[in-house]
Design a protein around this ligand. Structure first.
Ligand SMILES: NC(=O)c1ccc[n+]([C@@H]2O[C@H](COP(=O)([O-])OP(=O)(O)OC[C@H]3O[C@@H](n4cnc5c(N)ncnc54)[C@H](OP(=O)(O)O)[C@@H]3O)[C@@H](O)[C@H]2O)c1
Length: 322
């Protein structure tokens, strides 16, 4: 099939990663359809990108978009950037599992189901390894199942495996912290850094595994047609850094001087009372590497270092402040 006739369906494509990927694919000549609970938000998007309403849980007219599509790239999931209340935990898990299940139902009904289903997943499935320097890749087993991220990570991937057709190519992207100009957790770090609050967080020894959004888009673009992509991928740049290094590079990219460190207790209080999020997202980390992407696919990262990635993100913000 020629590139220009590809049709890519992106459930959950209204968010940070989905909008970025949709724009990238449309620019490359693909037809894109985003499935959203609120497609009316589509007014600011490219005309080449279609939007359909769904509820992410039950079959409906939207399912016809799956029939004859080239690929599904599922980005659905309530953001984990929130406090881990019982209600938030429930929605984080259910949004991921329900969307996989109902996409699977649509795939089963399709006369010509997509040959490939690319599924977002999380690098946090490995938990928060101890010692902190432990290197994690696709061969690393999931973290303890009484911890939320490994528990959700395992249930999410299992739901995907159960939902996809046996003959369909399945690609699971265990994505790390995505660095992009138009959203994601970097936005908050950028604001703090600009305010002079971009110091080392906690011990500073926790690892940050990250990937530039452009490399993620390039990877997905390639995996849609390249049938050698199958199974689980640690989707991260080859050079993870400690929090101390990451914050230093943030200050450098945003032209800020040394900033005072943020002790763990202060971070916990700020997350609880000001930021309304989970402090462990900042205080813990993992050192992940993309073994399969590099060894099996020779994937070349345009942004292999955090210096290059952050400098580029800052430039992109200036071109398009969002
Ligand atoms: N960004 C990262 O650094 C990162 C890292 C690792 C993994 N991931 C994973 O990659 C996926 C996309 O990430 P993102 O940063 O683009 O997230 P995002 O901006 O929060 O977008 C996720 C999309 O999922 C849909 N959604 C949210 N809550 C939902 C719910 N309760 N039920 C059904 N749909 C819901 C929303 O679409 P509508 O509101 O339009 O329906 C939303 O636009 C997520 O699954 C995320 O966990 C992201």
């Amino acid at each position: 099939m020629s590139k220009s006739t590809r049709h890519i369906v992106i459930p959950g494509g209204s968010g940070f990663l989905g909008r970025g990927l949709a724009a990238f694919l449309a620019e490359e000549g693909d037809r894109v359809t985003i499935l959203s609970r609120q497609p009316e938000r589509s007014h600011d998007l490219d005309e080449r990108i279609g939007w359909r309403h769904w509820d992410a849980r039950t079959l409906g007219d939207w399912a016809e978009t799956i029939d004859n599509a080239t690929a599904i790239v599922n980005f659905v999931g309530k953001s984990v950037d929130c406090r881990k209340t019982p209600e938030n935990k429930r929605v984080i898990l259910e949004s991921r599992i329900d969307s996989c299940r109902v996409i699977g139902e649509a795939v089963r009904r399709a006369e010509r189901p997509p040959r490939v289903w690319i599924q977002s997943a999380t690098a946090h499935i490995v938990g928060d390894p101890s010692p902190e320097d432990t290197i994690c890749d696709e061969s690393t087993p999931p973290g303890p199942q009484d911890e939320m991220a490994p528990h959700v990570g395992v249930a999410w991937e299992r739901a995907f495996q159960e939902a996809k057709l046996a003959e369909q190519r399945g690609v699971i992207l265990r994505i790390s912290f995505v660095l992009g100009a138009q959203g994601g957790a970097l936005q908050r770090l950028r604001t703090l850094t600009r305010l002079g609050l971009g110091g080392t967080v906690g011990s500073g020894r926790q690892w940050i595994s990250w990937i530039h959004q452009h490399d993620l888009n390039r990877l997905i673009f390639r995996a849609i047609d390249d049938s050698s992509f199958e199974g689980v991928y640690m989707t991260t740049a080859p050079e993870p850094v400690t929090n101390r290094e990451f914050m230093r590079e943030m200050r450098r990219a945003y032209r800020r001087p040394w900033s005072p460190p943020a002790p763990a207790l202060g971070v916990r209080l700020a997350c609880r009372f000001l930021l309304n999020t989970d402090p462990e997202l900042a205080l813990l980390g993992r050192r992940c590497v993309p073994t399969r992407l590099q060894e099996e696919h020779d994937f070349s990262f345009h942004y292999p270092t955090v210096q290059a990635a952050l400098e580029d993100v800052r430039k992109r913000e200036q071109v398009d402040p969002g």
